[in-house]
Design a protein around this ligand. Sequence first.
Ligand SMILES: [Zn+2]
Length: 315
Amino acid sequence: MTASALLQDAIRERTLLGDGAMGTQLMLAGLEQGNCGEEWNLTHPERVLAIQRRYVEAGSECLITNTFGGSRIMLNRHGHAGLAVAINKAGVAIARKAFGAKGGYVLGDIGPFGGLMAPFGEFTEEQVREAFDEQAAALVEGGADAIIVETQTSLEELGIGIEAAKRAGAPCIIGSMAYDVTLDGSTFRTMMGVDPERAAEFMEERGAHIVALNCGTGMEMERALEAVKRYKAVTSLPVMVQPNAGKPRLVNMKIVYDESPEVMVRGVAPLLEAGANIIGACCGSTPDHIRAFRAAMDEYFESRRIANQGAAREG
Ligand SMILES: [Zn+2]
């Protein structure tokens, strides 16, 4: 399969499987906490490629580039601001290579710039805009099929990311919010107080093609399902969902995630039932999680096909 149809059109025909975590996989491959994982696109491309190949082998049809912290503001923390364009282009090339002849959709990743904008923080809106513009342009020039502005908590920053993707000419733009379940457990909103209805309306107004959620706190499969339903209630845009593999816990100075593939996969059929258009997973998930998702999705579609055939014969 080559990605001949635009992603936003392809997913209206058939739900696609995304990938799992990159950060935790980079750690397993030897990246030390606090070091620059995006630089590996240039220094250890084979390690990034190996991770993404495992996702493709597990059944992923969309790969998110290893460019989460690839804006010059984030890279500057490691003294790599000057490598921003090269790191982002390499990120797209590695993901493309990981698909090989099979083909698939490469989603160019733009994560948060990692600070606060004036008047609350030290960065001007202009600096953030320049950083996102540069990153988005490099991802599109590299050949990304879409740009995902992800793990967003404020509409202001999300808006700058979407505008950057538009200016870069991205064929598809995905906005993805990180929600936290409230203390009383009754609902969820982003750290900056944005609820899913407002986020979806904002994304649609700004011209995003897909509304999404990823990461967050307490946003496991059941909450993700709730988010999909709330998105679908206010927008007709396709929905992408990437929950974490449970809550992170610190064990022997290592962060571990509790939800096994067996646990997480139980949430897949309900997400399909609710109409999720791309299903992947975020922090703590592994190729084994994605393999389990693949099996569950294939089984779901096969059972529906048989049910439809039965209905056609009776009708
Ligand atoms: Zn995450």
